[in-house]
Design a protein around this ligand. Sequence first.
Ligand SMILES: *Cc1c(COP(=O)(O)O)cnc(C)c1O
Length: 371
Amino acid sequence: MENTTNQYLLLTPGPLTTTTTVRAAMLQDWCTWDDDYNHDIVEVIRAELVNLATQHQGYTSVLMQGSGSASVEATIGTVMTDDDKLLVISNGTYGERMGEIARYLKINHRVMTLAETECPKAVQVANILDSDPAITHVAMVHCETTTGILNPIDAICDVVKTRNKIMILDAMSSFGGIPFDMGALGIDFMISSANKCIQGVPGFAFVIAKQSQLELCQGRARSLVLDLYAQWQCMQQQQGKWRFTSPTHTVRAFHQAMIELQQEGGVNARYQRYKTNQSLLVKGMQQLGFRCLLSKNVHSPIITSFLSPIHKQYVFKLFYNELKNKGFVIYPGKVSDADCFRIGNIGDVYPNDIKQLIIAIKTSMYWCNDD
Ligand SMILES: *Cc1c(COP(=O)(O)O)cnc(C)c1O
């Protein structure tokens, strides 16, 4: 789908570049009381999310107002009891945020903190679980958007499941763009949002849950608004009804985005496109002399961190503005101990866009031109 109305391409990890047709789906006001919204839009989305997440039976989904973090907070705050203890695996901002959520909510927890360039190893997680039997739940991020590192969920989930712990996965920036089956991996709660790989617009997020686990969560939530169980019950019993004002336009756009994901060929086809985008990006950037922060074997097909040029004339903001004027918006770095910038390649972005981007970058390297 060609973008005809955008002034620039968002090469960011969400909000991202959406199609004209996804944005056009918002040009109508929707009533939240009728079947043509609740039954034909919300319930269809809920069922389709479960289909995308797993082939296994016994899973359900809940949509929740707010940004992705609101749904992470709703999940942690609704699932954990006062007798439980959460292990948070953290190698970036989003892992750290889950630890912060537990701290705010006064949930017994422990954070396993790794360098932002390092993947957690299954044996490290196994050692913690074996030496701290109070731990009942494990939370981790799939693609840590801070750097673009792809954490090894297969090996970690295996360690967690063989010890019968509950697994919570922040798959915010990977779900819909990287194929995996949450049932096969034994993930109990998985969180993602409308404005990432499904390519919708921001405004709500969602949790896909093992139903038998979610059923245990009545009355546990530490917040009225972020009560995941109550939201789920409302949607289940009233056929797609949200407890409080539903972000109708965003939901309608998301429904269109899910149709377009199908039209593209599903998650596998989208994954192939993202992978092609990302490898073209890395190849092109390396030819221009840029170096990646992470080694290639831990790259995700979502977003890539590049080390900033060490030239004394280089200023990110100037580089950013040059590129924005040429129609490309890149992303600042977020790593604590390295000077980086990031380029995402998810959204309505194609290999030809990446080729154009590389040309634009080549002509924006003002620090190479003088002296
Ligand atoms: C985008 C993202 C989130 C959620 O961020 P919000 O700004 O709250 O939408 C959480 N985790 C990861 C890994 C993300 O990429």
